[in-house]
Design a binder for this molecule. Structure first.
Ligand code: PLP
Length: 385
């Protein structure tokens, strides 16, 4: 289409096309194994497909209630109480959204005003900064370094000002695979105490945590929970990332604000999926077994790259294994990720893209939510470099 003479003032200067689309397109072009984008290459439980089909045939195809299907929210409330000892009112404190990404966008839109400061820990999932900028907030970046990506809370405390409105945390963490400890939660709680600071806790990998470590949810800490939006994703838990379904737990006062935005941005999430998830949530074993399911995949991938010169970064949760390649090459991580895709046939994500200033620690992120055959084949190729 002819668009010369049209001037569109971008609201997101400096924000590039998502690296996930770029690397996936490159992987497809070169027929490479795609360990770049974070999605499973295996199907969801067949029962879930049968349930969605059943509810579609039953006519559950019109708008769901704005905040979500109540029986689903009741199941979520019961789960949060059982796992995290937290009581959320299904009617007023739980909202079903179109994936965690939408939830994050809505929360930031509801809470962040012009010039409000938002503390984010980098490397960070790539949807946080654009949402902050669209709402004219000011991201305040806190740099975490490999191999442990540990947070120095004394330094975080020094970043807090009267303008700090929100702190975004993510545990288990994408891309690093690090997880919060109880001490991290206590330190966060101390920082927000007696201040008008809210927390957005991105817990989409709550059920993917390894070596017997316990997931630390804001929901388990009453003093944190009362000022937190906790964000979850059905996509991650049920291998249905393409359905874009998630939910938010937050006290009523905060949920009210979130829903003001949600009502006009979306109104309600997908109906037949909500009915299906309601039923499949009865099978607790599915999510309780998820950690061991993915731990086997992590270990298989680590085994497959054992003979290589890559140095694994400890992965305690989520489905990404970061590899330090400093013994292999001095190239920038983006360059190497592209070269590995084209020449070796394995696509990954350069972790510099998760830092606003593109810090390059010579680390690539590989998604291991893949079949054993895919992981073994990728390992063989990576051993060749
Ligand atoms: C840390 C993190 N948060 C949120 C999301 C988005 O979840 P959803 O697919 O439910 O939008 C992802 C997906 O990759 C993620 O890694």
């Amino acid at each position: 289409m002819q668009t010369s003479g049209i001037n569109i003032p971008t609201k997101l200067p400096g924000i590039e096309q998502s690296i996930f689309s770029i690397m996936t397109a490159l992987a497809n072009k070169h027929n490479a194994i795609n360990l770049a984008q974070g999605f499973p290459d295996f199907n969801c439980p067949p029962q879930l497909i049968e349930l969605v089909t059943k509810y579609m045939k039953d006519g559950k195809n019109q708008y769901a209630p704005m905040p979500g299907h109540l029986p689903l929210k009741e199941k979520i409330a019961a789960k949060a109480e059982k796992l995290y000892g937290a009581k959320y009112n299904p009617d007023t404190e739980i909202t079903i959204t179109a994936g965690a990404t939408q939830a994050i966008h809505l929360i930031i839109s509801a809470i962040v005003k012009e010039k409000d400061e938002v503390i984010i820990f980098e490397p960070a999932y790539d949807s946080y900064i654009p949402a902050i900028l669209l709402n004219r907030g000011a991201p305040k970046h806190f740099n975490l370094e490999p191999p442990n990506y540990a947070i120095n809370w004394e330094q975080v405390k020094k970043m807090v000002t009267s303008k700090t409105r929100l702190i975004i945390i993510n545990t288990p963490h994408n891309p690093s695979g690090s997880v919060f400890s109880e001490e991290d939660m206590v330190q966060l709680q101390k920082i927000i105490a007696n201040r008008d600071i809210f927390v957005l806790s991105d817990e989409v990998y709550e059920h993917i945590i390894f070596d017997g470590i316990k997931h630390q949810s804001v929901c388990s800490y009453p003093e944190l929970a009362r000022k937190s939006f906790a964000v979850f994703s059905f996509g991650k838990t049920y291998h249905t990332t393409g359905w874009k379904m998630g939910y938010v737990l937050a006290p009523k006062l905060m949920t009210d604000e979130l829903r003001k935005v949600f009502s006009y941005a979306m109104f309600s999430a997908n109906t037949p999926m909500q009915w299906a998830y309601t039923e499949i949530m009865d099978d607790e074993q599915h999510y309780l077994d998820l950690s061991s399911f993915y731990q086997q995949k992590r270990d298989l991938f680590l085994d497959a790259i054992k003979g290589s010169k890559f140095k694994p970064i400890p992965c305690k949760g989520a489905y990404f294994q970061c590899l330090d390649y400093s013994e292999i090459s001095k190239e920038g991580d983006r360059k190497l990720a592209e070269r590995l895709t084209k020449e070796i046939g394995v696509a990954s994500i350069p972790t510099s893209v998760f830092y606003h200033d593109k810090q390059d620690y010579k680390v690539l992120r590989f998604c291991f939510a893949k079949s054993p055959e895919t992981l073994k084949a990728a390992g063989e190729k990576l051993c060749k470099i």
